[in-house]
Design a protein. Structure first.
Ligand SMILES: C[S@@+](CC[C@H](N)C(=O)[O-])C[C@H]1O[C@@H](n2cnc3c(N)ncnc32)[C@H](O)[C@@H]1O
Length: 416
C-alpha cells in the first residue's frame, strides 16, 4: 500500500491539517495520481502486470474509513482532503471491487446527505457539466492544453474553479480510468434501450402489469410506477389559468396510467402524444381516440395551443434529447403559469448519479428561464437490488432493472 493510501485510513486522531492535509498535498504535488488505486499499488509491489479490474481510489478509502464521530475541525480537514483529490482528478464514479463509487460507500455506511456525500455529488455535477462542454462541437481548444496544465498546477493563486476545470479536462483526456468512468456514466444515463428508431420498430406487448419489448423483455412501463404517475398528474393541475379552459399535454401513453388519472380530472382538452404503433393500436382498442376532449397526436405538432400542464415520459430517449429538443418545445408550449413535469429516472441506477442529475437538470432548466422543485417520495422497496430474489420483486422476467433508488425526486418545473 502506498503512503497516500495509508493516510486515508485515518489511523491517528485527531485529524489535523499538519498530519493529513499537508502530506496529502505533498503526495499529489509529487505526482501521485489522485486516482492511484490500492489494486495498482498491490500489483506494483507484487510485480503483477495484469491490469486490475476494480478501482479502489484514495477517495474510496476516505469514504470507507472516515470516522463518524469527528469534531467540526476534523470534518473540515477531511473535506479539504476530498477537495484536493477532486481538484487533482479523483473520479467520482470509479468503481471499487464491490462495484461502488465513493458516494456508494458513504451510502452503505449510513452517510447519505453528509457533507462528504455533498462533496461527491458536487464533484459529479462539475464533471458532467464539463463533459458536456467537451462534447460540444462549438468549444474550441486553444494551443497545447498540456502546457497550460503544468503552468496552472504550479500557480497557487489561480482561482479554484478555473484550476479544477483545467485539471479535470486533462485528466479526462489523458487518463484511462476517467475514460472508463465516462463510459460507465454514459451507460447509466442512457437507460434500458439505446435509440428511438430501433425502439419504434421493436414489437411490444402488455403483459403481467407491464409494457415490455416482446423479444428482449425490456421494461417500458410498469404498474409499480403508479404512485409516481399520481404525483405527476397532481402537478399538472396545480396552476390552472382558467378553470373553464384547461389544456393538458402528456407525451408518452405507455400503459395509460397517467392519462387515466388526467381523465379523472376532466380537463377541457387532453392531448396525448404517442409514437409507437403497438401502443397506438392499444389506444384505439381502448377507445382513447373517441373520448371527449382527447386529442391523440402521433407526432408532436404545434397546434397553436398552450398548456397548463405538460408531462413527459417516453422511452429510449437520452438526457441530451431532453435538453436539446424537449426543453425548447416545453418553453414554446407551456403557459406562463403552467407546470411541466416528467418521469425522473435520470441516473436512477444509483443514488449518487440520481442526485448529480437532479442538480444538472436544475442548471440546464435555469438556462431556459425555468426552475425546478423536487418533492421527495419513497420508491417501492421491491425495486431494490437486495429484493431481486424475492417473489414480489418487480424485476422478475424483466431483463434489466431501470430503477435502483430508494427515493423518487418528483419534479415540478415552472417559469421563474
Ligand atoms: C414509459 S411509457 C409512458 C408511461 C405513461 N407515463 C403511463 O403512465 O403509462 C413511454 C411511452 O412513450 C412512448 N414514446 C417513446 N418515444 C416517443 C416519442 N418520441 N414520442 C411520443 N411517444 C413516445 C412509448 O411508446 C411509450 O408508450
Amino acid at each position: 500500500m502506498s503512503d497516500l493510501h495509508e493516510l486515508c485510513y485515518f489511523k491517528n486522531r485527531p485529524i489535523t491539517r499538519e498530519e493529513y492535509l499537508v502530506p496529502l498535498k505533498a503526495y499529489l504535488k509529487a505526482g501521485i495520481p489522485a486516482t492511484y488505486t490500492t489494486e495498482e499499488a498491490y500489483n506494483y509491489e507484487h510485480g503483477v502486470e495484469k491490469e486490475a479490474e476494480s478501482n479502489t481510489t484514495p477517495m474510496h478509502l476516505i469514504c470507507e474509513h472516515v470516522p463518524k464521530d469527528l469534531n467540526e475541525e476534523e470534518e473540515s480537514v477531511v473535506l479539504e482532503m476530498m477537495e484536493q483529490l477532486w481538484l487533482n482528478g479523483a473520479g467520482w464514479c470509479l468503481l471499487n471491487d464491490k462495484q461502488e463509487t465513493p458516494a456508494c460507500v458513504l451510502l452503505r455506511r449510513g452517510l447519505h446527505g453528509s457533507k462528504y456525500w455533498d462533496s461527491c455529488v458536487d464533484s459529479g455535477v462539475r464533471a458532467e457539466v464539463l463533459l458536456r462542454k467537451l462534447n460540444d462541437p462549438n468549444v474550441e481548444f486553444l494551443d497545447d492544453p498540456a502546457d497550460e496544465f503544468s503552468e496552472v498546477a504550479e500557480e497557487d493563486d489561480v482561482p479554484e474553479l478555473v484550476d479544477e476545470t483545467k485539471l479535470s479536462t486533462e485528466q479526462n483526456k489523458e487518463s484511462g480510468e476517467a475514460a472508463k468512468a465516462v463510459e460507465i456514466v454514459q451507460e447509466m444515463y442512457n437507460g434500458p434501450a439505446g435509440a428511438t428508431d430501433t425502439y419504434l420498430n421493436t414489437e411490444l406487448e402488455y403483459k403481467n402489469g407491464a409494457l415490455v419489448t416482446k423479444e428482449g423483455a425490456d421494461g417500458v412501463m410498469m404498474q409499480w410506477e403508479d404512485e409516481l404517475m399520481k404525483a405527476g398528474s397532481e402537478s399538472l393541475f396545480k396552476s390552472i389559468e382558467d378553470p373553464n379552459d384547461i389544456n393538458i399535454l402528456n407525451i408518452g401513453f405507455g400503459m395509460g396510467i397517467i392519462d387515466t388519472m388526467i381523465q379523472e380530472k376532466r380537463p377541457t382538452k387532453h392531448y396525448i402524444c404517442e409514437a409507437h404503433p403497438d401502443v397506438l393500436r392499444k389506444m384505439k382498442e381502448e377507445g382513447w381516440y373517441e373520448k371527449p376532449g382527447v386529442v391523440v397526436l402521433e407526432d408532436l405538432l404545434t397546434k397553436g395551443v398552450f398548456f397548463d400542464g405538460i408531462y413527459y415520459d417516453t422511452f429510449s430517449e437520452h438526457y441530451e434529447d431532453m435538453v436539446n429538443d424537449l426543453f425548447d418545445v416545453v418553453v414554446g408550449l407551456l403557459k406562463p403559469t403552467g407546470v411541466f413535469s416528467f418521469f425522473n429516472g435520470l441516473g436512477a441506477d444509483r443514488l449518487v448519479c440520481y442526485e448529480v442529475y437532479k442538480k444538472v437538470v436544475d442548471l440546464d432548466l435555469s438556462n431556459y428561464g425555468m426552475s425546478v422543485e423536487f418533492k421527495t417520495m419513497k420508491a417501492p422497496v421491491t425495486t431494490l437490488q437486495e429484493n431481486d430474489d424475492s417473489p414480489d420483486s418487480v424485476w422478475k422476467d424483466i431483463k434489466r432493472a431501470y430503477w435502483r433508488c430508494p427515493l423518487y425526486y418528483h419534479p415540478e418545473v415552472r417559469f421563474m
